[in-house]
Design a protein around this ligand. Structure first.
Ligand code: DHE
Length: 502
């Protein structure tokens, strides 16, 4: 070996010997500065969980920035005055290190993280403010972790309320619009009483959660988790934990749960597993609609040919469409559990954002695609793609309403992310391209109860909700907001409008 070989060897040996010491140092730093807010095992407490699964949307460079300078509008303090750049970089590495074992989050942990702020029945059972209660919107503002309750007639905020960090997915309206359930990526489920404008209960149902669903009888909330691998059933009245269903495939594979949805006509929850090709149906009422006890809810397994990444349930809840890893989509008949068709959908169709409408005596389904600049239109009678509409970039969310001739789609990815496409539902072509805020992402549309107005989010800290007349396509109002993401109209959600997600 020459001299440089010896030097390299020496450096490698020293770093190998030092690595555990450095790690131990960093772990000690973590315990000293971070553990109190983020949990000694990095599972999250008043601050978010600091594990790779929960951090995957934050680049390491941004994490270093947050540790150094804090995060505005949160309790995250700056540490640049207390820690050296090397220590901050080591901490950033540390929080992206996978956990050594699957975290435990069972009944005990849930109960310890359960708060009932107003017991069921303790608050007035009538609205405490005046508005059309059937045309309210919940607007999630990701920028500073709040939501706004918006009057859908006047487009004025009724109130603005702090949420848990990083609410994701659609908050679910329930019980005729009195309550809304929110879920954060860190697994916090929070129940809001709209009539009394207050939070009533919350619980942490997982470490890394996907989404939640509410049974049509309003009795249960089901949470789908990535971490741990399970589904959690909560009593909707006060969010107390009722049952944990381990996500184990038939062959014993422990699996993350992709998502769970309620299927009201079937009185069941439908969940897809992420690491094994199975969809589960869990019934909460029998064939006559009689409620079943928490431990008597049967679990039915549908065995698939491929794992589902994302899925859509048809309006009649008889069919499930799921995008398959590696491209394409499967169509599965929910009653027989049989694979009835394959869809020619390359890329990654965003099926949970698909919508349907009537056209030429049939029902068509439209889906954006996260990886391909196109919107695919599918005839649900034949399961054939009848049109591919080219778009200026891949889209994320699509929306429409029974009373409008147009479907709206964003262009979420790429240089044209400030565009909003308006598509004629019969001609199947783009008839107008809007640019609500040049240079800023515009995404996610929701309609008022009557379909007269379309509300678009300007996805920016200095953002807004832009209200368009859905007929003339002219702007009628702009309401400043902090990175508004999704918005959810009570009527459209509770009536399961064909133009919106469920
Ligand atoms: Fe979402 C809904 C999964 C990234 C904003 N997203 C959903 C749902 C699922 C899902 C399963 C349906 C939940 C429901 O409403 O019950 N989302 C995923 C992913 O797998 C993905 C691609 C990667 C991930 O990070 O998990 C992803 N989603 C994002 C984002 O990066 C978005 C744009 C910003 C954010 O909040 O993190 C985002 N997702 C949303 C929104 C909805 C949503 C606003 C609700 C749509 C609706 O109108 O119902």
């Amino acid at each position: 070996m020459n001299v440089s070989g010896w030097v390299v060897g020496f450096v490698l040996l020293v770093s190998w010997l030092w690595a555990p010491l450095l790690l131990a140092d960093t772990a000690a730093l973590y315990q000293q500065y971070c553990a109190e807010c983020h949990h000694p095992d990095r599972l999250g407490a008043i601050g978010p969980a600091l594990i790779p699964q929960n951090l995957h949307r934050l680049r390491k460079k941004q994490a270093i920035e947050v540790i150094s300078h804090g995060r505005p509008a949160t309790q995250m303090a700056p540490f640049a005055d207390r820690l050296s750049p090397a220590q901050i970089a080591a901490l950033a590495d540390y929080i992206y290190t996978p956990l050594a074992r699957m975290p435990v989050w069972g009944m005990k942990e849930m109960r310890a993280n359960h708060r009932i702020l107003h017991p069921p029945g303790s608050l007035p059972a009538r609205p405490t403010f005046k508005a059309d209660m059937d045309n309210l919107f919940v607007v999630v503002e990701l920028g500073d972790h709040h939501f706004t309750l918006l009057d859908g007639d006047t487009f004025t905020p009724i109130g603005r309320f702090p949420t848990r960090f990083a609410v994701h997915g659609g908050p679910k309206w329930a019980e005729g619009g009195r309550f809304v359930y929110f879920l954060s990526r860190d697994g916090w489920v929070s129940k809001f009483d709209v009539w009394n404008l207050t939070w009533v209960a919350e619980i942490r149902a997982g470490i890394n959660a996907r989404n939640l669903a509410v049974s049509d009888d309003g009795r249960w909330v089901m949470v789908a988790n990535y971490l741990p691998h399970d589904l959690v059933l909560l009593d909707a009245r006060d969010l107390s934990p009722a049952r944990i269903i381990d996500a184990k495939g038939e062959q014993g594979t422990s699996s993350r749960v992709s998502a769970v949805y309620a299927a009201p006509p079937r009185h069941s929850f439908i969940a897809a597993l992420k690491d094994t090709p199975e969809v589960w149906e869990i019934r909460y009422a029998d064939g006559h609609g009689r409620p079943l006890a928490r431990d008597k809810m049967p679990l039915r397994r549908l065995r698939l040919k491929g794992v589902l990444d994302d899925f859509f349930l048809t309006q009649d809840y008889r069919t499930i469409l799921g995008s398959t890893r590696g491209g394409g989509a499967q169509v599965i008949d929910l009653d027989s559990g049989r694979d009835i068709a394959r869809l020619d959908l390359p890329g990654l169709p965003h099926l949970s954002s698909a919508i349907t409408w009537a056209r030429n005596g049939t029902r068509v389904l439209a889906t954006p695609n996260i990886r391909k600049p196109e919107i695919a239109i599918i005839d649900t009678a034949t399961w054939k793609v009848i049109k591919r509409i080219p778009t200026p970039g891949p889209g994320f969310f699509m929306r429409s309403h029974e009373n409008t001739p147009y479907a709206w789609s964003d262009v979420f990815f790429g240089p044209h992310r400030d565009l909003m496409l308006v598509i004629d539902k019969q001609a199947l072509k783009i008839v107008k391209t809007l640019r609500p805020a040049p240079g800023k992402t515009s995404a996610h549309v929701e309609f008022t109860r009557d379909g007269r107005y379309a509300l678009v989010s300007i996805w920016d800290m200095d953002g807004a909700l832009v209200v368009y007349d859905a007929k003339t396509l002219k702007e009628v109002k702009r309401i400043p907001m902090k990175k508004p993401s999704g918005k959810y109209n009570v009527h459209n959600k509770l009536t399961r409008s064909e133009g919106t997600s469920h």
